[in-house]
Design a protein around this ligand. Structure first.
Ligand code: SF4
Length: 412
């Protein structure tokens, strides 16, 4: 077995993973679409075009009026709402990608307290930014946020672009985030299609196809562009997202409480539970990893994970992908540390078993304690250091690394 300090994701051909998920989505989408069609759910481009055309200027004006009135009465009070500061809008939208509102609120408040302006964020060390992001996951978001802040504060003199194309030139800003910043902060008629509005749009139009297909995306972005052409595009976009998040939900759309049910094809036909097509998730893959807290004179071996690795920029204890067939014997674990770091160690005990998930991988992390015996950290390994436990609090650690650090603290 080859031991590697790098993570298991690189041992799995990413193309194969991507293809299998995509193939599964396509197969599932086509089988559900066929079933819907057999039930009389027309999805031909002609009928979709006519549904789109049905949202003419008069219908759209009434649709927006109802939507905005509902939003003004029902919007959840969130710390980034009613702020037209593009910096706050940007931070909140990046945090909300792949993450729930409830999880984001405390992170957003801490982040904005520590970095109230784009200049403050630009002047921070990456370690500090990642430390504040720790536990929120998808760390490339934080690294890109930091890079983009440096660009806005530096090259752009602190001025945020108000145009979608220019915003998309900044690291980590895609079409959706650019639309959110342009419309919320600058009231530009920039369309948005994100998970919540995407679901609502599919239902409003009665679109039975795959919303992530090229045709689906084209249709939904076109609809979003029409809806947002008005005097209050920021408000309309926020209201649509809120509708999807709280009323037109994935599992149980509350059509009875929906302000725009009058215009909804799915509601009118009773399809709201069938649409949108859901991609079947790939079955989770179970993997085992080993983490080793190597101790030497009151300090522990940690390594800053390099660019391109999972959790790049975060610090972690020695960690290895592990083949269960090799057994978790002390000599095999010591051998892994020697191969990866050039250190002779003796494994002195087992600390814990931590279960966690990263994307579709279910990881069992077996944590061991080891004592340094001889050798120096391989000079080719940049980013590995001996660190005292009192410094752990200042460093951004992976979530499991933080758990392991706490366990070591409890034993001290
Ligand atoms: S009527 Fe129902 S399905 Fe249609 S947009 Fe409203 S909540 Fe969603």
């Amino acid at each position: 077995m080859q031991f590697s300090i790098y993570n298991f994701q690189f041992a799995i051909p990413p193309l194969a993973v991507w293809l299998s998920g995509d193939t599964m989505r396509t197969m599932h989408a086509s089988s559900t679409a066929a079933r819907l069609k057999s039930q009389g759910h027309a999805n031909e481009s002609g009928s979709l075009r006519s549904r789109l055309a049905g949202f003419d200027a008069r219908v759209l004006a009434s649709f927006r009026r109802r939507l905005i009135a509902w939003y003004q009465d029902n919007a959840r009070p969130l710390p980034w709402r009613d702020r037209s500061d593009p910096y706050a809008v940007w931070v909140s939208e990046i945090m909300l990608q792949q993450t729930t509102v409830a999880a984001v609120v405390p992170y957003f408040n801490r982040f904005l307290t520590r970095f109230p302006t784009v200049e403050k964020l630009a002047g921070a060390r990456e370690d500090e930014v990642l430390r504040l992001w720790e536990g929120l996951g998808y760390y490339s978001r934080a690294r890109n946020l930091h890079k983009a802040a440096r660009e806005v504060a530096g090259r752009r003199g602190g001025r945020f672009p108000d145009d979608v194309a220019e915003l998309m030139e900044l690291p980590g800003i895609g079409r959706y985030t650019a639309g959110a910043i342009a419309s919320f902060a600058f009231n530009r008629p920039a369309p948005i299609v994100e998970a919540n509005s995407e679901r609502a749009f599919c239902r409003l139009l009665g679109f039975c196809g795959d919303p992530r297909s090229a045709a689906g995306r084209k249709l939904l972005w076109e609809f979003a562009s029409r809806v947002v052409k008005c005097k209050a595009p920021g408000l309309v976009n926020q209201a649509l997202m809120e509708l999807g998040a709280t009323v037109c939900t994935s599992e149980s759309p509350e059509c009875g409480a929906c302000p725009v049910r009058k215009y909804c094809e799915a509601h009118n036909r009773g399809w709201q539970h069938e649409i949108p097509l859901r991609a079947r998730r790939a079955a989770p893959t179970s993997v085992t990893e080993i983490a080793v807290a190597v101790h030497r004179d009151g300090r522990y071996l940690l390594r800053k994970r390099a660019a391109g690795e999972r959790w790049a920029g975060l610090w972690d204890f020695a960690r290895f992908g592990w083949d269960e067939r090799d057994g978790k014997t002390p000599s095999a674990i010591a051998g892994a540390v020697r191969d990866a770091y050039g250190l002779d160690v003796v494994v002195t005990g087992r600390l814990a078993e931590i279960r966690h998930s990263v994307t579709r991988f279910r990881i069992t992390l077996c944590c061991f304690l080891a004592e340094w015996m001889a050798g120096e950290i391989d000079s080719k390994l940049r980013g590995a250091r001996w660190i005292a436990p009192r410094q752990f609090d200042r460093l951004p650690l992976s979530t499991t690394g933080r758990k392991l650090a706490r366990l070591l603290g409890e034993r001290a």
